[in-house]
Structure formats: C-alpha cells, structure tokens
Design a protein around this ligand. Structure first.
Ligand SMILES: Cc1cc2nc3c(=O)[nH]c(=O)nc-3n(C[C@H](O)[C@H](O)[C@H](O)COP(=O)(O)OP(=O)(O)OC[C@H]3O[C@@H](n4cnc5c(N)ncnc54)[C@H](O)[C@@H]3O)c2cc1C
Length: 385
C-alpha cells in the first residue's frame, strides 16, 4: 500500500496534530464531564481549515484525499473522538452540499459552514428506524410552495447546536427506499423542535438530540436530493463515514497505548517498573499488533475510496475490526494502569465509552457482518437460498 501524502496534506495532518494537542486535549475531559458542546472549538477548527477537509479547493475547502482525511481524523480522535465525530459529521454535510448542491444552496450554506458559524447535522435515524434505514417514516408532502415535513429524528449528532440539518424523509411510502428524498433545513425553520440533549455513557461533546418536525415548510430550493436519490446519497456517504470511524478508533487506541506505556514505565511495584513484567509488556504488545492491523484495514479502505471505488466491503471490515479492537485494547491499556487508569485525568475512560459507541455509529457491527457476508458467500459460490 502506498501511503504517500502530498506536501500540503502532510501539513494538514501536522495542523490536526497541533490542534489536537493545543485546542482539544486540554478541554476534552471538561466537555465530557460538564456535557458541554464545544462550539468555540468548531470555529477554531474552521480557522485552521479543519471544517472543509474533503470539500473542493474551488469553494475554499482543502480538497484532501480520503487517506489524508483519515490521518486527520486519527490525530484529532486521539484527543477526543466525540468532538472529532461531531466535526466530521459537519465536514461530511458541508462536502455533500458542496458536491451535490445547486449554486444557490452552495452560496447560502457552504461559506458559513466553512467558517464554523453554522454547524451541520445528518438526520436519517428515527426512534422507530435505525439499522433498517429504508423504513423511516418522517413524511415529506408536496405543498403549493414546496414541501411540508413531519416526523421525528433520533440520535442527531451536533443536534444541540446545529443549524443546517440534512433531513431524509419519505415522499411516497409505497415506494420504499425509492421514495426517500433529502432536504436542507435551517435550525430556525418553523415547526422544528429539538428534544433535550441525550445523556449517555460518554461522548457528551457530540451534543446528541432528537428533532421533531411538525408540518415544517421547506422550499423547493432546499431539496438536496430528489425522491430515490436521497436514500442512494445517504448510502454512498456511509462507506466514507465507516472508514473515518475506523480511523478515529485507531487514534483513540494509539493515544491509550501511549498513555499506558508512559505510565507503566514510571509506576513501580515489587521493586521495578510495572512494565518490567513481561506479562504486562505482552498485554500492550497485543494492543500494538491489533492497532497495526486496524490501521492497515482503515488505510486500505481510504485508498480504495481515493481510487474512486465504493469500498463497501473494505469500509465494513475496517470499521468492524477497528471498533472491536479499540474497545478491547483500550480496556487492556486501562488494566495495565491499575485503578489509576479509571481516573478522568487520563483519557482512557472517555475513549472506552466512545469505542463502545462506535459499535453503532454509521451502521452497527452486525450490519457490517451482513455487508461482508454478502460478498463472502458470493466469492465462494455459496448459495443459501
Ligand atoms: C453516538 C452515536 C451518534 C449517532 N449519530 C447519528 C447521526 O448523526 N445521524 C443519524 O442519522 N444517526 C446517528 N446515530 C444512529 C446510528 O446510525 C444507529 O444507532 C445505527 O444505525 C443502529 O441503529 P439502532 O441503534 O436503532 O439499532 P437497531 O436497528 O435497533 O438494532 C439493534 C440491534 O439489532 C441488530 N440488528 C438489526 N438488524 C439486524 C439484522 N438484520 N441482523 C442481525 N442483527 C441486526 C443491530 O446490529 C443492533 O445490535 C448515532 C448513533 C450513536 C450511538
């Protein structure tokens, strides 16, 4: 695999590393403990080009490759994956509008989103439809002056502070996924109401809420994807999103490994540093091996995307494996640190909670298995009816 990044991309990764050290790491525990959504950090990220990483250079983005973007996610997530995931949902929304929007949509939404003044959110999941995304029931009905949207969305990352909502809704229930369209809704659209911020086991900086839509008026000019194209667009973006979740898991695992190694070299028991015990060294060696493997799978998926491939199976393998070894590996790193690893002055507890949450974001682990098994059965000519 060729990992070469351009000089500009290398600088972008270095920018992300510095940003993570200076602007995220010192505040991440506070954000989590106080359920704070870091809006100011979004604007600071914008100032160094981290809101438009994938967006084309022609509209002010960085135009980075998927591999470079995955490296950026890795660097940021090592400090706080919750903030990084929110920033990435925003990046993906901005990129989707920049590449698919009308000139009018691009002019209205992209500049304030690049500046971090308006924050994006992606709204597909509903209280009654998660894995089975084609079963959403939020309804879009055509009116004399555009559309009216009614229904409820769940698990909206950035929901607390977003003011550009990408909402997927059903225009004709009898058509199934072919009836699903995508709309852009401003946060102050009449009839749009946020539910209170979710309280979760971690990841509070994600600012997750639900949104309720009651007869929300949406003009024709805010239709981003027509019926049928909406569902296809949501699914197109998911392979990219899964690859970035893989990268975030690698970032958290790398940070946890570094923390455990540093701590284990200083902490003494029975007259020597605890890392002098081979059993503990091997615990961390196993983590390091799994990290290497997760990275390879993630970079392979990113490189496939860079070649213009859909990377369906590559992204599924990467996300499934990286989220699994992040959860087990961070837990092993905590074990090496003894009780101290549980304290919030270390990032391991935050990372462990986020690693669990990555088992559901952008498709649960079982859904990755469904994707992989389709190819596996085909590849081996197995017919199960
Ligand atoms: C932190 C976080 C942030 C999120 N952010 C967003 C967001 O910004 N926008 C958004 O739209 N959504 C978001 N989601 C929602 C996420 O996409 C869903 O959680 C995911 O699609 C799974 O849906 P579910 O949780 O409703 O699980 P369900 O669909 O209810 O599934 C429950 C269990 O059943 C399993 N299962 C389901 N179907 C099958 C099957 N056919 N075979 C075997 N097992 C199956 C699942 O894998 C899971 O283990 C977020 C979720 C989390 C945790």
């Amino acid at each position: 695999m060729d990992y070469e990044l351009s000089a500009q991309e290398t600088r972008l990764v270095e920018t992300a590393r510095t940003f993570a050290i200076e602007k995220i790491a010192p505040f991440a525990a506070y954000w989590d403990l106080n359920r704070t959504v870091p809006n100011a950090a979004f604007r600071e990220a914008a100032a160094v080009g981290l809101t438009g990483v994938l967006a084309p250079k022609s509209i002010g983005g960085q135009g980075a490759s998927f591999l470079a973007a995955a490296r950026v996610v890795e660097e940021l997530a090592g400090a706080c994956f919750a903030f990084t995931f929110g920033l990435w949902v925003h990046n993906n929304m901005l990129n989707t509008i920049a590449r698919n929007g009308s000139p009018d949509q691009i002019a209205r939404y992209v500049p304030p989103m690049l500046a971090g003044e308006r924050i994006g959110a992606f709204c597909l999941t509903e209280p009654g439809a998660g894995s089975d995304a084609a079963a959403i029931t939020t309804r879009a009905e055509q009116s004399s002056d555009g559309w009216r949207l009614s229904g409820e969305k769940a698990w909206v990352t950035n929901g607390v502070s977003a003011d550009v909502f990408g909402v997927y809704a059903q225009t004709e229930p009898a058509l199934g996924w072919r009836g699903i369209a995508g709309f852009l809704l401003a946060g102050d659209t009449p009839g749009l109401e946020r539910t209170p911020q979710y309280t979760m086991l971690g990841g509070q900086a994600l600012g997750v809420t639900g949104i309720r839509l009651t007869n929300c008026p949406v003009s024709e000019t805010d239709l981003l994807f027509g019926p049928g194209d909406g569902f296809k667009a949501a699914m197109r973006g998911i392979n990219m999103a899964r690859t970035f979740v893989g990268a975030g898991c690698c970032g958290m695992l790398q940070a946890s490994l570094r923390t455990a190694l540093t701590y284990g070299a200083k902490r003494h028991a029975f007259g020597k540093p605890i890392l002098g015990f081979q059993g503990l060294q091997w615990e961390l060696v196993d983590v390091a091996t799994e990290l290497e493997a997760a990275r390879l799978l993630t970079y392979r998926a990113a490189l496939a995307l860079d070649r213009g491939e859909r990377a369906v199976v590559e992204a599924a393998h990467a996300k499934k494996f990286a989220s699994r070894v992040a959860f087990s590996g961070i837990s092993q790193c905590m074990q090496v640190m003894g009780a101290e690893g549980l304290r919030t002055n270390y990032p391991l507890g935050r990372h462990l909670a986020m690693a669990k949450m990555t088992h559901y974001t952008d498709g649960a682990t079982e859904i990755q298995n469904i994707v992989i098994s389709r190819t596996l059965l085909k590849e081996y000519g197995v017919d199960v009816g």
